[in-house]
Design a protein around this ligand. Structure first.
Ligand code: GL4
Length: 830
């Protein structure tokens, strides 16, 4: 550091960052003219965005520095959130709001000739995630910083995030999402590089004390380079760090010999192979495919993060036994489960701790969050694959398993089959490593993400582990969302209206304060304004739909929205089949009868995994139905069917505030939580849903009369499926009519939809579309009825918003901090 005598000079020149409009303009113009080498003669909106973003970045980084310094000196426990996905969306708007300078920026940009909305919308989404799991990680980072927790996120810096979706002739087409062209939010840390080893072999050796040590040698080395992204809290100067690792050929590895001797291509090839590791996000949600490159990504990221965390700990000079008192690592699903093995390897092989002591430290450090019970999403890695890529780690897994099974055998001698059931190694062909079991055994707490889900994991996939460890190891932390992005940023007018009634914006950091809104249910002006805001939000979405699809929709119609990843378990097929039923009903009516109907716009959005044919067929069916319905003169405004292309975080910020009703209709027991259900209700939309995931707790909070629930319960799903498999299946008669229409070619070539129809009619209807169809249709009739009484509808919406306080991600983080991490906040001295 700088010597005492020079520090005064240093302090005098220390950068402060702007606070006034004048300073903001100074900084923005300076960045445009120097950093970007542009001038007022060629400054477009993109350049204005870049300049403003750089000005805000400077500010963030000053606070980031102070926060990091404070955390280093504080000598207290930190949280590390390991997630393969961080679905951050745009950063500028969020930075402006969290720092509290959006009005300053708006005025400044206006002076410089720009509308702030146009500038903000230049930013490319940071889309390093698939859906709910990745967005949850992003909400958690916002809450951790806002609540002043000393916390870091660790992830991968994918060159390509989730693909961009185009709809071409009614089919999904995937376009690569190269998002790093200009990304002012990241700081490359070329000085922070970690060597990561793959392949090779393990040798047993005696050290100087005669102790056996394991040496992992040979194989290849790839470099992990750190890129840091500042995460500003709202209403606090705390600015945490998200560290993303990028892969690069190791300097040691890069073959200069080859390079100089004319084998240029070979040496560049090595480089490219190394860079492939962090090249692309796997585009599957709730599905694992066991690809070697994915395992490489996981180890690369775990090893780099662990090295970094351990290095930070060793600087404190504390004994290893104190590690769990200084470090809490949360595993976002099983994707980082190798971190458990890596820490054991570091402690035993490199630091020389004995096995049992090391394992106590490991278990004290990790917590594991499970996000799904769907069998196809539970990670398993083939033993031969792991043997080849990570030979030492596989040995450690076998040793952990052996000791665990020994304990189980001793404790439950009568249940011989238990060993087979709970073994980390599945005795299949090839053998498989069950990552959820590894994560459970290596952690001190395991949590599900909504009450039903946490009950389900205790009684299904982890049933034996509850017997072995006792019930206390398993807990629930119901998911939440950050009200900063999902109310204040996405719906600024509603946020402002609420603030005007509640006496300021305190509700944004204590969302339970919303409950006071119930006092205004008789305030006619308030309700009128509320309704105007909803209408304006619908007009904005209608404009987006017009601009992107060419279809005009009536903003007065009931907007019925389902936006999320396309998956059979989420049942977009139930939705579109219901829409077809509605269409057929309209067609069968007289003009007189039609006049009594409430006009509807059915809006769909979401990406299908590129290899998921059934999901792609669902998209095609929605588009094909839209083609017919939207051009049918008999129907007019009574029904429109829209597919919004390329659903992502920034589109969600437009879509969510514009719903009247949104659909959360997964087969009961399949959606671990869902989080868009929370976003929609918080923005004054009602929901139709099944008794699944967080819908159940939303119902409990807002009241049964404010939600439209339908369908079979989770406890009955198993029996129904069983019955179907034994031939006990009756196709719902209304649904049958819908299939007749499809088969008759009403929506184009029926052959394209036969696999989809057959999955329901011929192949066991695994997701219970037919079983729930009647209840779904009937419930939508209740929705229509309810929407006719606008006054009562509005009251339901306001009451629901007032009761959504529980679903703030701040509440989640506080629960994790108390029940799982045992960490304290470290507020700035302000
Ligand atoms: C998910 C769940 O499917 C989703 O219900 C949940 O809200 C989310 C966050 O906990 O995690 N699990 C996987 S896998 N993808 C998800 O989005």
């Amino acid at each position: 550091s700088i010597p005492e005598g020079q520090r005064e000079a240093w302090k005098k020149h220390s950068v402060q960052g702007f606070t006034t409009k004048e300073q903001f303009e100074d900084e923005t113009v300076r960045h445009i003219e120097t950093t970007l080498a542009r001038s007022l003669f060629n400054c477009d909106e993109l350049a204005a965005y870049s300049g403003a973003a750089l000005a805000f970045r400077d500010r963030l980084i000053i606070e980031w520095n102070r926060t990091q310094q404070r955390q280093t000196f504080a000598d207290q426990k930190r949280v590390y959130y390991l997630s393969l996905e961080f679905l951050m969306g745009r950063a500028l708007d969020n930075a402006m709001l969290n720092v509290g300078l959006k009005d300053v920026a708006r005025a400044g940009l206006k002076d410089l000739g720009f509308r702030i909305e146009d500038v903000i919308s230049q930013e490319h989404d940071a889309a390093l995630g698939n859906g709910g799991l990745g967005r949850l990680a992003a909400c958690f980072l916002d809450s951790l910083a806002t609540l002043n927790y000393p916390a870091w996120g660790y992830g991968l810096r994918y060159r390509y995030g989730i693909f961009k979706q185009e709809i071409v002739d009614g089919y999904q087409v995937e376009i690569p999402d190269y998002w790093l062209d200009f990304n002012p939010w990241e700081f490359p840390r070329h000085d922070i590089t970690v060597d990561i080893q793959f392949y090779g072999s393990v040798r047993r050796e005696k050290d100087e004390h005669g102790k056996t040590v394991m040496i992992w040698e040979g194989g290849e080395i790839v470099d992990a380079v750190a890129y840091d992204v500042p995460i500003p809290g709202y209403g606090t100067s705390t600015t945490n760090n998200l560290r993303l690792w990028s892969s690069k050929a190791s300097k040691g590895e890069f073959d200069f010999q080859k390079f100089n001797s004319g084998e240029y291509e070979g040496s560049v090839g090595d480089q490219q192979r190394a860079e492939t590791i962090s090249a692309v996000l796997y585009p599957n949600d709730n599905l694992e495919r066991g690809k070697e490159l994915r395992l490489k990504q996981q180890y690369f990221w775990c090893a780099a993060s662990l090295f970094d965390i351990v290095r930070r700990f060793t600087k404190t000079k504390k004994p290893w036994s104190k590690f769990p008192d200084m470090v809490a690592i949360q595993l976002n699903d099983t994707h980082p489960a190798l971190a458990i093995v890596e820490l054991q390897r570091i402690l035993v092989d490199i630091e020389g701790l004995d096995w049992a002591e090391a394992w106590r430290i490991v278990q004290g450090t990790f917590g594991y969050t499970n996000h799904t019970v769907m069998p196809e999403a539970l990670e398993k890695w083939s033993v031969p694959l792991m043997q080849n890529l990570l030979p030492r780690h596989l040995q450690i897994i076998y040793e952990v398993n052996a000791q665990f099974l020994q304990y189980v055998e001793k404790t439950f001698p009568k249940d011989r089959d238990m060993l087979r059931r709970v073994s980390i190694i599945e005795e299949s062909q090839p053998k498989m490593v069950r990552m959820a079991f590894l994560a459970t055994i290596g952690s001190h707490k395991v949590n599900g993400v909504a009450e039903l889900h946490s009950d389900l994991i205790r009684t299904t996939i982890f049933k034996d582990f509850v017997t072995i460890y006792g019930p206390d190891k398993f807990t629930n932390v119901t998911n939440g969302i950050t009200p900063r992005r999902w109310l204040h940023q996405a719906n600024p007018r509603l946020s402002e209206l609420i603030a005007s009634k509640l006496g300021g914006y305190n509700f944004l950091t204590d969302l339970t304060k919303l409950n006071k809104l119930e006092n205004f249910l008789d305030d006619a002006n308030f309700k009128k304004e509320w309704q105007e805001i909803k209408h304006a939000n619908k007009v904005r979405l209608a404009q987006h739909i017009k601009d992107t699809t060419g279809v005009s929709v009536n903003p007065k119609a009931l907007f019925d929205i389902q936006v999320k990843r396309i998956h059979e378990y989420k049942r977009q097929q139930l939705n579109i089949l219901g829409v077809i039923h509605r269409y057929l009903t309209i067609k069968s009516m007289s003009p007189e009868e039609r006049k009594k109907l409430a006009p509807r716009v059915s809006i769909f959005g979401g990406k299908a995994a590129p290899g998921y044919w059934m999901a792609k067929t669902v998209i095609h069916l929605v588009c094909s139905v839209g083609e017919v319905v939207n051009n049918d003169k008999d129907v007019g405004d009574l029904l429109k069917v829209i597919y919004i292309e390329d659903y992502n975080v920034s589109k969600a910020e437009i879509i969510t505030p514009a719903s009247d009703i949104s659909e959360h209709i997964s087969t009961a027991g399949t959606e671990a939580s869902g989080t868009s259900n929370m976003k929609f209700v918080l923005n004054g939309g009602l929901i139709i849903g099944t008794c699944d995931g967080a819908n159940i707790e939303i119902t409990r909070e807002i009241g049964e009369s404010n939600i439209f629930l339908f369908g079979n319960l989770a406890e009955d799903v198993e029996d129904l499926r069983h019955a179907h498999n034994y031939g006990d299946f009756q196709l719902d008669p209304d649904l049958n009519k819908v299939f007749e229409a499809i088969k008759g070619g009403r929506f184009g070539d029926a052959g394209r939809f036969s696999a989809l129809c057959n999955s329901i009619t011929e192949h066991g209807d695994y997701y219970l579309v037919s079983d729930d169809f009647n209840s779904y249709i009937k419930t939508h009739e209740l929705v229509d009825e309810a929407f006719k009484d606008q006054e009562a509808w509005l009251e339901k919406c306001i009451t629901s918003v007032a009761r959504m306080g529980f679903f703030s991600s701040d509440r989640c983080i506080q629960e994790y901090a108390e029940m799982i991490w045992n960490v304290e906040p470290l507020p700035p001295k302000e």
